[in-house]
Design a protein around this ligand. Structure first.
Ligand SMILES: [Zn+2]
Length: 101
């Protein structure tokens, strides 16, 4: 069962690498790198980053989000709040501080 899963992934990676090498234009790959776009926007209203897993995004519960950003300071998605990497760090820091009593 597992073996069947591993093979297509490896095949995909090898294909992607080959494709990259074939295009061989360094300038274009640099442009692509700087234009990083995700699909899931960060749930924090004041933040315009992306919360995709590939960007290190995390999913917090509503209660957790309220603790840090307050009621209405975030956007809920299916009962969870998707946050980007830096917002998750902020939340982690804030919730750690509250643990000390
Ligand atoms: Zn964010």
């Amino acid at each position: 069962m597992n073996r069947a899963l591993v093979h297509p992934i490896m095949g995909f990676k090898a294909k992607a690498r080959k494709h990259k090498a074939d295009s061989g234009q360094a300038d274009q790959s640099v442009v692509k790198k700087t234009k990083k776009e995700g699909e899931i926007p960060c749930g924090v209203n004041t933040c315009d980053r992306f919360a995709d897993k590939s960007f290190g995004g995390r999913s917090l519960s509503i209660d957790n989000a309220i603790d840090v950003w307050g009621d209405g300071g975030y956007t809920e998605r299916k009962g969870r709040v998707r946050v980007c990497k830096s917002c998750y760090r902020k939340w982690k820091k804030d919730s750690k501080a509250e643990d000390t009593y």
